[in-house]
Design a protein around this ligand. Structure first.
Ligand SMILES: [Zn+2]
Length: 979
């Protein structure tokens, strides 16, 4: 599209539009500046209804008191128009936000949110603007969040003086590891005299030096419109947002001039060496716990092209086991893994590249340095492998292009991608216009020796480099503890009785204030009438290619094709179904079509954004039944459609399973399972309890739960001679699953790619296996209903009680969903987490599978927790229920049934829902009913489904905890066994 350039500057309100340009595949980029205050603003106008807002302030600290970090906490503790204790947390319960948070980095503090609801957007905008520009910054909040004195027993002035404070405690935990020591060493060694030499989060030894006055001054100087960078994104009117920002904030300020606190670091003439200790336990063997990193200051992060080039180089050198620098480091045998801080770090104004090893002897740092320098010399002389450069560029391109909301909403990923250029005076537009930088890179690369020259100019010939060693120090913790104690003892000696009495009085008052109920009526909220009732249609195009059904879901995927090959696995025998977890892994980690597994792995990396497989059990909406679907899925750039589908053909039609490779994969899976039992305890307890209710539950237990663990253990014990038989059985599974007549191909892609895909998929379908033995499928029976305890090597308990309820289309299902939100946020949060000390206490309604469970996560209790589950039901059926809390539970439930989805998820969900009966009409009916749920409904469903039913129970916990629980209540479990 041709752009006309106007010489008259356009304005919106008090803003001048400085630049307006289209961004390919994204929308329109608008850059503005507020005339009177100088506030900057970037807006991305696009179709996305997930609208985002962010404001950030450069907040470069000049010491390690943690002032910027503590300020972030205090800013979130109430403001002029919203004088409540914790407005952000309270808003999260009265909002449909898809993201809501605040973050402090080394030199800036940001406050981002996103939501798809227009009223929610303006509610959150009001709260964010008021919080950042007009916070109360009370002395109490400073003491609570930052630093204060308190006695060990807060009521007893003779019990010993202590430092207390949220950030003080947070940073003590955050700094006590080698990674944090490395971060500290990088800042100190490479950026002397600059803000980065300080610990921006706060060093517990310096945090007590910060005063409330300094904190308020820091706010006045930094949180000012003339130092503010705004960002908005989405389909809402920019004019409206700007008008609100002006009216609420900018109208109340005059322009300030800011001194540029960050300058470019003065380059060294000679490299330096720095050593930094980290605390280590004296009892352990610390002989090989050190790390060495060779690190350079390289290109400015504001220059998007130079940063891209360095990023590609960093990937080429270190990304995977075959990357030359990583390989040389590991092969040296000096250490066990790549050091913390390795790779390209762009959190600073100038990027830092580092490479090194962990698990080394403290005296081997120089040797690590020699390996790094020699390897770089060789690469600069002999040349970099171009196929590795291609793979690195492909990986970055995929990451940039994918419009995913996983982790962070895409709306904010765009912001993060432009932030360095925005903050450091670069060109944010070109940081977002990735294709142009990429084209430029391909051009200069074609001229030859580009990356070889980059290795010389940025690394080998660049003397601004440091050799950093972090080493275990067994006395460090004790030294710091003693220093803190000495400091406190000296202070305590100077305190008068009156001062001590005031510390006691203040501690008790702070505690009372924290526990006091507050009036949240001042905060804006969504009403149930603000909830959208319609779900959008997801269009599709269906066809048959030979006997296979193919469904296309056209979506704006930004040039990426997502493909599922879904096979019905109900026809497999029980023994074959048990092998599906192994089959899923072996299918994507073996050789095929004459290539070994390593060659297949590099094809996957070079042509796709990832390929994976899993067996899925999908609940039917209207009856007690389920669909068994084995899914092989992958994603690739549209231009790689052909090699991508050729790869899939090789996997489903020409898989070659080697007994030796199979043994490796089995061993690796079994080891990983055993070593992650602590993390899997909750999932295992839920699935086991569920398996006692239904065949569907029993199948899930065998595919992902304790049943699967037992299968994998059996396979790990197989002898050499039995492997051949296993290979044969896995191959049988493959031919049974991928029959053309029983597969569905689900493609989510750009409309324009459909024709190409049709041709390619026809080739895939022709290649599928056609001959297989017909077998009768078998469904597992529900397991014994007896309450069960499984001992595991964990110091905590995971307790689950599950009830059978009703499925999605039943009129009571919405009330059960609201009930679970209600119980989780009120009674269970208080009783299990706050009073019981569990990390989490949950109630969850399985609206698809017709179940409802109570669960506790990393819980120190068993008997008490089951009592709390009992009380929870009575608490609802017999207690008061506040209308406002029910409303918040309904809002939470609305977020559950209508989550933010990426384009690929939309297509895949629609494909599943059309077979399981979660039609658009059924979903809309469900939501209608959801909004009408009342307190009486909650009492009624709690009585009918929870109070009257016989629930199933499973606990996974440490053996001590289980035996103590059995002593206290002998009948609690009927089955007790190791996991
Ligand atoms: Zn914090």
């Amino acid at each position: 599209m041709a752009q006309t350039t106007s010489h008259v500057l356009e304005t919106i309100g008090g803003y001048t539009i400085k630049r307006r340009e289209p961004l390919e595949r994204l929308g329109l980029y608008v850059e503005l500046e507020h005339q009177r205050t100088g506030a900057r603003h970037i807006h991305i106008e696009c179709e996305d209804d997930n609208n985002a807002f962010a404001v950030f302030f450069p907040t470069a600290p000049q010491d390690s008191t943690g002032v910027a970090h503590i300020l972030e906490h205090v800013v979130l503790a109430g403001s002029e128009r919203y004088p409540v204790r914790d407005p952000f947390f309270s808003m999260s319960r009265r909002s449909l936000a898809t993201f809501l948070n605040a973050m402090t980095s080394a030199d800036s503090t940001m406050y981002p949110f996103s939501t798809r609801n227009a009223k929610d957007y303006s509610n959150l905008l009001d709260v964010y603007l008021d919080a950042t520009f007009f916070p109360r910054l009370t002395e109490d909040a400073f003491k609570q969040e930052g630093i204060r004195f308190e006695f060990e027993d807060p009521a007893d002035p003779k019990s010993g003086l202590l430092y207390k404070g949220v950030v003080f405690k947070e940073m003590k935990g955050a700094l006590a590891n080698p990674g944090a020591a490395m971060g500290k060493a990088i800042g100190k060694a490479l950026f002397p005299g600059m803000t980065y030499e300080h610990v921006s989060g706060g060093d517990p030894q310096e945090i007590p030096n910060l005063t409330w006055e300094q904190l308020r001054k820091f706010h006045a100087v930094h949180y000012h419109p003339s130092n503010a960078y705004f960002y908005t994104y989405g389909n809402q009117s920019l004019g409206n947002t700007l008008e609100i920002i002006e009216r609420r904030v900018l109208d109340r300020f005059q322009r300030l001039t800011f001194e540029e606190p960050l300058t470019i670091v003065k380059r060294f003439k000679k490299p330096v060496t720095v050593k930094e200790p980290f605390p280590a336990a004296p009892a352990e063997d610390n002989s090989r716990k050190s790390q060495a990193l060779l690190a350079w200051v390289t290109t400015p992060t504001a220059n998007s092209f130079q940063l891209l080039a360095m990023r590609v180089l960093s990937e080429v050198l270190l990304a995977n086991a075959g990357s030359p620098l990583r390989k040389a480091l590991i092969d040296s045998g000096l250490g066990t893994a790549i050091a913390d801080g390795s790779g390209l770090n762009d959190d600073y104004r100038e990027s830092v590249f580092g490479a090194g090893l962990k698990g080394i002897d403290q005296n081997d740092s120089e040797k690590v340095q020699a390996v790094v320098l020699q390897t770089l010399e060789t690469l600069a002389d002999d040349g970099v492998d171009q196929s590795q450069v291609d793979a690195a560029i492909h990986g970055l391109e995929f990451e940039k292009r994918e419009r995913s909301n996983a982790g962070f909403p895409y709306a904010l990923r765009v912001f993060f991608a432009s932030m360095s250029a925005y903050q450091y005076g670069g060109d944010p537009y070109s940081a977002l216009n990735f294709d142009a930088d990429l084209e430029h890179l391909q051009n200069v690369r074609a001229e030859g020796r580009f990356f070889e020259n980059l290795i010389r100019s940025e690394l080998l010939d660049n003397p601004h480099r440091a050799l950093l060693t972090v080493f275990p120090d067994v006395e460090m913790e004790e030294r710091q503890r003693k220093a803190e104690l000495d400091r406190l003892t000296a202070i305590e000696a100077t305190l008068t009785e009156a001062e001590k009495a005031r510390i006691v009085e203040e501690a008790l008052r702070l505690k009372a204030d924290q526990e006091a109920k507050q009036d949240l009526a001042v905060l804006p909220t969504l009403e149930l009438t603000d909830i959208p009732m319609k779900f959008e249609d997801v269009p599709s195009k269906d066809l048959k290619i030979r006997s296979a059904s193919v469904e296309f879901y056209p979506q704006p995927t930004n040039g990426i094709t997502y493909l599922d090959i879904r096979a019905d696995f109900s026809k497999l025998s029980a023994g074959e179904k048990d092998l599906l977890p192994l089959f899923s892994r072996i299918l994507t980690h073996s050789g095929a079509a004459g290539q070994d597994y390593a060659q297949i792995a590099s094809r996957i990396a070079a042509t796709t954004g990832g390929v994976g497989a899993a067996a899925q059990v999908q609940s039917i909406a209207a009856r007690d039944d389920y669909i068994e679907s084995f899914v092989l899925s992958g994603r690739a750039l549209d231009r790689n459609a052909r090699p991508f589908i050729e790869l899939l053909i090789d996997l489903v039609a020409r898989l070659e399973i080697e007994p030796r490779r199979l043994k490796e994969v089995v061993a690796e899976m079994a080891t990983r399972l055993e070593s992650s039992l602590a993390g899997l305890g909750f999932q295992f307890a839920i699935l086991r309890a569920h398996s006692k209710l239904s065949s569907e539950g029993a199948l899930n237990d065998r595919l992902q739960g304790i049943g699967m663990l037992h299968t994998m253990r059996g396979l790990a014990d197989l002898r050499e001679g039995e492997l051949k038989e296993l290979v044969w059985r896995l191959d049988q599974i493959r031919t049974k699953l991928f029959q053309p007549g029983s597969i569905r191909i689900v493609a989510t892609c750009e409309e324009s790619t459909i024709e190409t895909l049709k041709q390619l998929l026809a080739g895939l379908i022709v290649a599928l296996p056609t001959q297989a033995d017909e077998t009768e499928g078998a469904e597992p029976q529900p397991l014994e209903p007896a309450p069960e305890a499984r001992t595991a090597p964990v110091p905590v308990a995971f307790n689950v009680r599950i009830f059978k309820t009703v499925r999605y289309t039943h009129p009571d299902a919405p009330a059960l969903l609201v009930l679970s939100n209600y119980l989780r946020d009120t009674f269970l949060h208080r009783e299990l987490r706050e009073k019981g000390g569990a990390y989490g206490g949950y109630a969850q309604a399985g609206i698809a599978s017709g179940t409802f469970y109570f669960g506790s996560f990393r819980d120190p209790n068993i008997v008490r927790t089951y009592d709390v589950f009992d009380q929870a039901v009575r608490w609802v059926t017999e207690g008061e229920i506040e209308a406002e809390t029910v409303k918040e539970a309904i809002l939470g439930a609305c977020g559950d049934v209508d989550p933010l989805e990426s384009p690929d998820i939309k297509g895949r969900r629609e494909a599943t829902q059309r077979t399981t009966g979660f039609t658009r009409e059924a979903r809309e009916r469900f939501k209608q009913r959801l909004l009408q749920v009342t307190a009486d409904d909650l009492r009624r469903v709690a009585k009918n489904y929870l109070a009257a039913a016989r629930p199933m129970q499973t606990t996974v916990a440490g053996a001590d905890l289980i035996s103590a629980a059995r002593k206290e209540r002998p009948n609690l479990f009927e089955v007790v066994a190791p996991i």
